[in-house]
Design a protein. Structure first.
Length: 370
């Protein structure tokens, strides 16, 4: 019987498209990034089979843990197609920690999942550097993650991201509160732009307009189109938690993501209650005016697709509204009084995960910054 080993050489894992050495190099490259995000309770180094967090080392007395996971969606394609990978990780963290914040929770730790067709250590390091920056902005620790090199599942230059965050809130302080009532004030916090929702439509409109990513943005000549559309999602954790803790008047928070104000605000309102939003109270960033015109979208479609300039909404007791606005402003926010809570008017809309919910009622006209 002939020895077939001489005619059929061995095929290694590297030959199959997976580079273990590159993965190890990435772990070493990101260790200092993760170390820079350490906080009380998170002191272990990367590399273990599981990530550790010591809840007793935090200031919580009787905490409820809150978990969230999310991704960045097709905004990733713009980063990949343009080679701009430095801020997409901030988006990933923001999408998770802003959801924790909506429950009144302080983010404690974060884990990421990075999957790619062929691991490029420099690209992956840039992405994870953005994740670490997002964690620092949110005050949470990057304590672990997973890098998956999967040839055949993804094209060589493509990658996907998922994030997982855990936070804590004291028992009895979980949001939304049950005492939301007519007369409470609705305060909006500005977005930085499109954030991380609606990018399948955004990319379709860019393609139909035959715009180049490196050309000046049609709505902002001071930046390229890629730079403008990759503006990272804002992280609202520090100023909002400050307002929650110092005023004791914040009753609910809504992270305005996919579905816009129309779908996300009703998620935190009790039955029989509606939000009256005054569209004249703020001017949306110019990118939304361009999207409206390019997509020939009516106002209601804009409001249920994009954040339209408001990335986080707080429902605050009337007698605490001015104090909340002052605390938010002192912390660097630009709070806008955009409406108030009123009795439900019988109009129904579908709110994510909640079935039938009272709708947001709008007055005024959505305007766009010059």
């Amino acid at each position: 019987m002939p020895d077939r080993r001489h005619t059929h050489p061995s095929i290694s894992y590297r030959d199959a498209g997976v580079n273990i050495d590159a993965g190890n190099a990435l772990v070493e490259a990101i260790k200092p990034l993760a170390k820079a995000t350490r906080r009380a309770g998170a002191d272990a180094d990367l590399g273990g089979f599981g990530a550790l967090f010591d809840l007793k080392r935090t200031a919580f007395k009787d905490p409820i843990l809150v978990a969230a996971n999310d991704g960045v969606g097709t905004k990733l394609k713009i980063a990949i197609d343009t080679g701009r990978h430095d801020t997409i990780g901030i988006d990933l963290v923001a999408m998770c920690v802003n959801d924790l914040l909506a429950q009144g929770a302080e983010p404690l730790f974060f884990l990421d999942y990075f999957a790619t067709g062929k691991l490029d250590v420099e690209v992956a390091r840039a992405v994870i550097a953005g994740i670490a920056e997002g964690c620092k902005l949110a005050g949470c620790a990057l304590i672990g993650g997973e890098t998956a090199e999967m040839p055949g599942m993804y094209a060589a230059q493509d990658y996907d991201l998922a994030g997982f965050a855990v936070g804590a809130v004291e028992r009895g302080e979980v949001l939304p509160r049950r005492d939301i009532t007519a007369g409470d004030v609705v305060i909006g916090l500005p977005s930085s732009g499109v954030h991380s929702n609606g990018y399948s439509l955004v990319r379709r409109l860019v393609e139909e307009a035959r715009l180049a990513w490196h050309a000046p943005a049609p709505f902002d000549a001071s930046r390229t189109l890629a730079e403008a559309l990759l503006a990272p999602t804002r992280i609202y954790v520090e100023p909002v938690l400050k307002a929650v803790r110092e005023t004791r008047g914040v009753k609910a928070l809504a992270h305005i993501t996919g579905g816009g104000l129309s779908e996300n605000l009703p998620r935190v309102l009790p039955e029989g209650i509606a939000a009256h939003v005054d569209l004249d109270a703020w001017r949306a960033p110019t990118v939304f005016g361009w999207l409206k015109e390019a997509g020939r979208l009516d106002e209601m479609e804009m409001l249920r697709t994009f954040n339209c300039g408001i990335g986080m909404v707080a429902v605050v007791a009337r007698d605490a509204a001015e104090a909340a606005i002052e605390v938010l402003a002192a912390a660097g926010e630009r709070p806008i009084r955009i409406g108030e809570i009123e009795p439900g008017r019988g109009v129904k809309s579908q709110a994510k995960g909640k079935g039938e919910a009272e709708a947001v009622r709008y007055s005024g006209t959505l305007g766009f910054a010059a």
